[in-house]
Design a protein. Structure first.
Length: 88
């Protein structure tokens, strides 16, 4: 694996709800068109969405697989996750 990173979710800790959102407007945080320029930023957006929606490790993996390579922005990922897991 690249850089010796383990991507298995079997050891993932449960996500804990945190009412604190990052400072700033979501569009501002995501970028003007909603799609961050690099993979690390996109992964951060997906992690934030998983935390907000309280997804379990299996759901996080499914979401990642679903959106990988799609170039989606924060709001698009959020809507896809909600649709996938029948949330709200």
């Amino acid at each position: 694996m690249p850089n010796g990173l383990n991507t298995s979710l079997s050891d993932a800790q449960p996500l804990e709800y945190n009412e604190d959102m990052p400072d700033g407007d979501l569009d501002e945080l995501a970028g003007s068109d909603g799609t961050p320029a690099n993979n690390q930023a996109q992964n951060k957006q997906t992690d934030d969405i998983a935390r907000i929606l309280r997804l379990n490790p299996r759901q996080i993996r499914q979401l990642h697989d679903e959106i990988s390579g799609e170039g989606l922005g924060f709001h698009e990922i959020m809507e896809r996750a909600k649709d996938m897991f029948n949330l709200w």
